[in-house]
Design a protein around this ligand. Structure first.
Ligand SMILES: [Zn+2]
Length: 86
């Protein structure tokens, strides 16, 4: 098991915090790799091509949730290492 297996491999959210319990494939089966916010029916819900875009997107969400600058940085620092962005 890799270091990042328990995180969504697109946005970096811990999979156990995904209220939708994982994204879905085209056939309706659950994805163990991507969260429900990123991935539905076999497709990404955003059209990002670079991890930088996802970092910016997630940081804005965290900011809206009232998270401080350092925590925002910390929680998004691993996004560029996730499988989707390799
Ligand atoms: Zn995600």
């Amino acid at each position: 098991m890799g270091k990042f297996d328990r995180f969504c491999q697109s946005c970096g959210m811990p999979m156990d915090q995904d209220k939708g319990h994982g994204g879905t494939e085209k056939d309706g089966t659950k994805s163990t790799v991507y969260c429900s916010l990123c991935y539905q029916e076999g497709a990404f819900r955003d059209n990002f091509t670079k991890s930088k875009q996802m970092v910016k997107f997630v940081r804005q969400i965290l900011k809206n949730q009232g998270m401080g600058y350092f925590k925002r940085w910390f929680f998004t620092s691993h996004i560029s290492h996730l499988a989707r962005w390799q």
